[in-house]
Design a binder for this molecule. Sequence first.
Ligand code: FMN
Length: 251
Amino acid sequence: MIFYFSGCGNSRYIAQTLAQWLNDTLYFIPEMARESRYDYTLSEGEKLGFVFPIYSWAPPRLVLDFVKQLQLAEKPGYIYFACTCGDQCGQTEKIFRKALKEKGWELSACFSVQMPETYIGMPGFKLDTEERAKEKIEAAKASVMRNIPRLINKEMFSEMIVGSFAWLKSHLINNGFNKFALDDSKYRFTEKCISCGKCAEVCPLQNITLEDGHPKWNGHCTMCMGCYHHCPVNAIQYSKATEGKGQYCFS
Ligand SMILES: Cc1cc2nc3c(=O)[nH]c(=O)nc-3n(C[C@H](O)[C@H](O)[C@H](O)COP(=O)(O)O)c2cc1C
């Protein structure tokens, strides 16, 4: 059983690869949360997996909220997570372990892979070059394939890119991010908008409705930037920060 979240497709790809090789079933966290589906039963010896992107050096808040609510008929014997980051994960492992511990569960294994950057919602943040994005994807594929046998054998391991000033980033900055940066009022559409509705279709939180054919953001955004990156004509901007920065989604 693998629970995953993804805004731009990087983590979805990793989740799908793991599901394929581990012969496992995928559950999309926002969908499960929307339907209040928190009760599950693992079969004997079944692994419990999570896959998600790193947001501000930590698991996205919606992933931690889901973990908090999750109910299993029996205590899982082997729990792992795989996360995708543009660069570094900070104290993600510690934070996730703590969330599990509060339920009386224990993390057995975790690993992170660098994938193309998706966050460009503030000045100074930019996408990877096409070449760098390709390099990251190739390295990530190799890392996943190397770790699959370890998961199959239920090994205990941790292979995380922590980075510098981890506590500061994963706590102080992350708190600020969750308080102030999930503000979807800064999203807007430009005259390029062709009213295709793709933004509403891809929004994992169903936070976008169409008014006169144009997107309206409704205040419960997780800042995955999926609407921005998936727009076929690059008609969505986030304040002035995204202007001229290009788009990326995993394809
Ligand atoms: C809101 C937001 C915050 C992010 N914060 C970080 C971060 O702290 N460290 C990092 O290395 N990458 C960060 N990233 C980059 C993503 O973790 C990375 O691109 C990830 O692979 C995106 O996954 P997805 O395509 O499944 O949504 C952030 C991306 C977003 C959208």
